[in-house]
Design a protein around this ligand. Structure first.
Ligand code: NAP
Length: 291
């Protein structure tokens, strides 16, 4: 039997590209469905970004994933963006249709799906505290507002960054009450928000393996109560210091792996028009992480 040649290409655009497990589970999905496509890593210095994106208009491309530092910069090179990407102000997936490139932000649906399916959590009328005010926090805030969160506190080490993030959101008639706070456990705004919250989301990289700050949670763990679902967007290690502290305090926990798989599955479906083999993608992601 002769091997089928790859006829389509898709890749991850970033710089410098850190270790990513997306190629492993995306390639497994293409192979399982018999789609002759190859998922590549495109390490792209900023002066080559526009030229690379322009090449994606060629017939052999499905599109791309986009990661740090280009999720916002790439907007200028696209023809169009969907509603979620416009709301977040960032793109993590590009889809080619003819010579048209459209941007999407599948982190929003990835976050919502993992919260609903794996966290068994309903956002409607809930109270949430989100830690961090970077790109991932923007997608989380968008997803929570779309889901109808009643009260949202954004806590960051630079409070002005949290304020700016919330100020830039314009969901018409969003019924969400918003607050900002620091990450400092002596901050009364953080203490009262957490005491009343149903959901705590870590959207900072604190806790990620091989970082200096991997051994301590981003907030004082004594502020975690048993009524919380604690969702850490970090997935390596599978149980961060925050999740371990939450488990010890009888709170429910969820790590970032389901979100990673679902945002990838949503991108796969946009590129191919086919249903993604989500369970296979999850297994391959777990295998790649060695868990
Ligand atoms: P980012 O844009 O660089 O933002 C990171 C945020 O965390 C910023 O507000 C930053 O504050 C804050 N931060 C960084 N180090 C901190 C520390 N030591 N203490 C307190 N705050 C700190 O990064 P991102 O794209 O939002 O990603 C954040 C995390 O989410 C990463 O670990 C990423 O891997 C993860 N993520 C996971 C998924 C998934 O599918 N599971 C998807 C997206 C992102 P400053 O601005 O002050 O530095």
């Amino acid at each position: 039997m002769t091997e089928q040649p790859y006829v389509k290409r898709v890749g991850l655009i970033g710089y410098p590209l850190r270790h990513s497990i997306s190629p492993v589970f995306q390639q497994a999905a293409f192979d399982a469905l018999g789609i002759p496509a190859r998922y590549e890593l495109w390490d792209t210095p900023s002066d080559q970004l526009s030229a690379l994106v322009a090449r994606l208009r060629g017939d052999e491309y499905f599109g791309a994933n986009v990661t740090i530092p280009y999720k916002q910069a790439v907007l200028a090179d696209l023809n169009d963006v969907d509603a979620d990407a416009r709301l977040v102000g960032a793109v993590n997936t590009i889809v080619r249709s003819g010579a048209t490139l459209r941007g999407y932000n599948t982190d929003v649906v990835g976050f919502s799906r993992s919260l609903r399916v794996d966290g068994q959590f309903s956002v409607t009328d809930s109270r949430a505290v989100v830690l961090g005010a970077g790109g991932a926090a923007r997608a989380v805030v968008a997803a929570l507002m779309i889901g109808g969160v009643a009260e949202l506190t954004l806590a960051a080490r630079r409070v002005e960054q949290a304020r700016a993030l919330l100020g830039s959101f314009s969901i018409p008639a969003a019924p969400t009450t918003t607050h900002v706070s620091s990450l400092d456990s002596s901050d009364p705004r953080l203490r009262s928000a957490l005491a009343a919250a149903d959901l705590l989301v870590n959207a900072t990289p604190v806790g990620t393996a091989h970082r200096d700050d991997s051994s301590a949670p981003p907030i004082d763990a004594r502020l975690i109560h048993r009524g919380l679902l604690v969702f850490d967007l970090v997935y390596n290690p599978p149980e961060t210091a925050l999740l371990a502290a939450a488990r010890e305090r009888d709170a429910r926990t969820l790590n970032g792996l389901p979100m990673l798989v679902y945002q990838g599955a949503a991108a796969f479906e946009l590129w191919t028009g086919m249903t993604a083999p989500v369970e296979l993608m999850r297994l391959k992601a777990l295998e790649a992480l060695g868990v």
